[in-house]
Design a protein around this ligand. Structure first.
Ligand SMILES: [Zn+2]
Length: 501
């Protein structure tokens, strides 16, 4: 073993470097020199530390997976009975970035995001159309995939469907009954919250808060008002499966616990979802798994904040639900993705026309840089320290975006361009061909005339002939072309339809 002192945060640590690492003859991801350069040691030991706000501890903790060879992540996915709205896209994009980052930091990550394909809302939608629930769930699962793809959301490694895990669900409920944490009553099986001393520890709510928050139905068969349904009886018209408690169907919460246990065992590294799921859904997942396995369900709980539309909560009654397919008709998916990353994931995000327009302009500027340096071949590079520090600081995407713009200034060399693209890859942006980005809605557009008007405007401005410059700008505006002067030159784009106004 060799020992090498490395500076970190004005202090020194002695790093034990095994002879094996030297024998690998690897190169530094940062400077491409041999691994024992100081930068490489620093990078390998300090820059790659990931800190995440863990809702279990309510603190930012260093992320340390149970097994660094395989990080396990589970995120609650959609209940498929209608088209996805922009609020559904936020967790999909946020946890896509987290998984991209984890894949950068660890050799292997297994990411599961479920599909809830049995639910009373699905039953209602099927009854309304007079079709089997599978018609509804197949249609909206496909639609969900279709809407998430333009946002650059990679498919998860595992996408379990609740109806394919009925045996696991029944086995887990049986285990809970055997352990006295659940009981049967009138064809239902209920979880007995009084048997779980830690119930409420994730949401940190008092019993009164929990009862109010869950809007719990006070059914006569419940021993305690807080008990929740694991299994419920199905009438002949409703979908159902045979079980020890008669023909019925699972409650919502048990599916996630059963599917996690099936694929990953009792405890996973990271469980994610929207903060609206923290109670009761995640609290109940925790309780079930804890009581069935005598082990915690997840070591880190991450929750994304809610999304509002122009300052208001998105709701049917307000009539302000923004469906993704409508937004995607007006804006490129990458601009929608970037808009969702403009705020820190834990904070509420106000989704406005300005936010998405600003994201569109940001991408125009960055793609302009890439187009300008289109002839430079990017060298294989890792994302630089400052960028990694931002994303490793509890996914600080606003800061990471600022770093991306800083990196764009150095994209005129193979190394600089390589670093920009490596950083952008973690955010899931800038991976398209710049020409394709600008050509996406160019059909029937007289590009030569637009370029000519922009050149004439630039010449006129250079000679302080502002009347001619303004005339060129007005002509462009009439053609539906918006322009912006940036340090890298004038960029233009067809004015988008104002989807959110
Ligand atoms: Zn869940």
């Amino acid at each position: 073993m060799s020992s090498t002192p490395v500076a970190a945060n004005n202090s020194y640590a002695v790093i034990e470097v095994s002879d094996q690492i030297f024998a690998q003859n690897t190169t530094c991801r940062l400077c491409q020199r041999e691994l024992w350069c100081a930068k490489a040691l620093f990078l390998e030991t300090f820059m790659r530390r990931l800190f995440l706000h863990n809702n279990l501890t309510r603190e930012k903790n260093e992320f340390q997976p149970a097994n660094a060879d395989l990080v396990t992540v589970y995120v609650c996915g959609p209940t498929v009975y209608g088209p996805a709205h922009i609020g559904n896209a936020r967790p999909a994009v946020v946890f896509d970035v987290l998984v991209r980052l984890l894949r950068e930091l660890y050799p292997a990550v297994s990411y599961a995001r479920n599909i809830t394909d049995i639910d009373d809302k699905i039953n209602a939608a099927a009854a309304k159309e007079g079709v089997d629930i599978k018609v509804i769930t197949d249609r909206y699962r496909a639609k969900y995939h279709e809407d998430m793809a333009p946002l650059g959301v990679a498919p998860p490694d595992i996408e379990p469907h609740a109806t394919e895990y009925i045996d696991d669900i029944i086995a887990m409920i049986n285990e809970l009954i055997a352990r006295n944490a659940a009981y049967e009553a009138e064809g239902h099986v209920l979880f007995d919250v009084t048997q779980d001393a830690e119930y409420g520890s994730l949401a940190r709510r008092t019993r009164e808060d929990m009862l109010a928050g869950a809007r719990i139905e006070i059914a006569p068969y419940k021993r305690d008002a807080g008990d929740f349904v694991l299994w419920k009886p199905s009438s002949d018209e409703l979908p159902g499966w045979e079980s020890p408690w008669g023909r019925g169907r699972p409650g919502w919460h048990i599916e996630c616990s059963a599917m996690i246990a099936h694929h990953f065992g009792p405890t996973i590294d990271i469980h994610g979802g929207g903060v609206d799921l923290q109670f009761p859904h995640h609290e109940n997942e925790c309780a079930q798994s804890r009581c069935a396995h005598n082990a915690p369900l997840a070591r880190y709980w991450l929750h994304n904040g809610m999304l509002n539309i122009a300052g208001e909560k998105m709701s049917k009654s307000r009539g302000n639900i923004r469906l993704l397919d409508e937004l995607l008709a007006d804006y490129p998916g990458e601009a929608v993705r970037l808009a969702l990353l403009q705020g820190h994931y834990r904070q509420p995000l106000d989704f406005t026309a300005d936010l998405i327009d600003q994201s569109l302009r940001s991408l125009d500027r960055l793609y302009t840089v890439l187009r300008t340096h289109g002839d430079i071949e990017a060298a294989p590079q890792a994302a630089p320290d400052a960028f990694m520090q931002a994303v490793c600081d509890d996914l600080n995407t606003p800061k990471a975006m600022a770093e991306l713009f800083a990196l764009a200034k150095y994209a005129d060399t193979p190394d600089g361009k390589g670093k920009l693209l490596a950083a952008a890859r973690i955010l899931g942006v800038l991976q398209a061909d710049p020409e394709a980005w600008f050509a996406s809605d160019m059909e029937g557009v007289d590009v030569a005339r637009i370029d000519d008007l922009i050149a004439r405007r630039a010449e006129a401005r250079a000679t302080r002939d502002f009347d001619t410059a303004d005339a060129a700008r007005n002509t462009l505006a009439k053609m539906g072309v918006s322009i912006e002067d940036t340090p890298d030159g004038t960029i233009w784009r067809l004015a988008p339809t104002r989807g959110t106004r």
